[in-house]
Design a binder for this molecule. Structure first.
Ligand SMILES: NC(=O)c1ccc[n+]([C@@H]2O[C@H](COP(=O)([O-])OP(=O)(O)OC[C@H]3O[C@@H](n4cnc5c(N)ncnc54)[C@H](O)[C@@H]3O)[C@@H](O)[C@H]2O)c1
Length: 245
């Protein structure tokens, strides 16, 4: 497939690009490099700089013609989303509306979307399954749930097939060492812990001490970024085969 990876210069995106290339798909990366890094782009993938908030940029890239799109571009800080919801409305929700409309206009029929475990909120039961009721506790989580709802309606009305992957905390790096750029100003737990361990950051703040756990602190779930990248390849191949069936 000829695949557009939006946000493909970011932490998860670069691993997804590698997995897509390994699976012998053709890849174009679209990214505004707000947190992504040029140094981790693969020479085998074409890079088109641009911003999902700008309709002209996104229409122009989709005009190249793709069989599928993987949409990873977003602001992703839970705390910041509560301070500046307008930023999250524009980047996450409006940006995605631009993508969906361009995908329809230029006949890109399949999309894999980076959703988040943040759509669930505090679990009512564990392990959480797909039927667990969503109840986001942050504006960030709300934007992801809102986008999932939009995807359902574009599927019904425009036959845009989608998979929404609700990631938990992505961790680790490419075992082959092909992706080495550390995240700039990380907002996720593991890179922050690594910065503290390396002496680049003074401390890690742990919030909450009265959870129903052995030491009162919260329990998190993790997924290795390479497994996550493989899941994108499988999800894309699944929805595209389902469409043809
Ligand atoms: N990292 C995690 O643990 C985690 C967990 C759940 C969900 N997610 C979701 O996965 C996706 C990727 O996360 P990540 O950790 O790789 O983050 P990241 O910040 O490393 O990657 C996001 C990429 O999108 C690009 N981008 C952002 N806004 C853009 C815009 N307006 N136009 C074009 N490009 C833009 C950035 O430059 C960056 O390359 C995000 O949607 C995030 O919400 C991540």
């Amino acid at each position: 497939m000829n695949v557009l990876v939006i946000g493909g210069a970011g932490y998860i995106g670069t691993h997804v690009v590698k997995a897509m290339l390994n699976a012998e798909h053709e890849v174009t990366v679209f990214d505004n490099l707000s947190s992504g890094q040029l140094g981790n782009l693969f020479p085998e993938a074409l890079f088109v700089p641009g911003d999902i908030r700008h309709q002209d940029d996104i229409q122009a890239v989709f005009a190249r013609g793709f069989d599928a799109c993987i949409h990873l571009a977003a602001c992703k800080s839970v705390g910041e989303s509560m301070q500046s919801p307008e930023k999250y409305s524009i980047n996450n929700i409006s940006g995605t509306i631009n993508i969906l409309n361009a995908a329809c206009a230029w006949n890109c029929p399949n999309i894999v979307f980076s959703s988040s475990a943040a759509i669930f909120g505090t679990p009512r039961y564990v392990p959480i399954d797909e039927n667990h009721p969503p109840n986001p506790e942050s504006y960030y989580g709300f934007t992801k749930l809102e986008i999932e709802q939009m995807l359902k309606w574009y599927d019904i009305t425009k036959k845009l097939k989608f998979a929404a992957l609700r990631y938990f905390n992505a961790v680790g790096y490419d075992p082959d060492g092909d992706i080495i750029g550390l995240e700039r100003n990380p907002e996720n737990l593991l890179p922050i812990i690594m910065e503290v361990a390396s002496g680049w950051r003074k401390e890690l703040q742990i919030f909450g001490n009265d959870y129903d756990t052995r030491d009162g602190t919260c329990i998190r779930d993790y997924v290795h970024v390479t497994d996550l990248a493989d899941a994108h390849v499988k999800a894309l191949e699944y929805i595209s085969k389902k469409r043809k069936a």
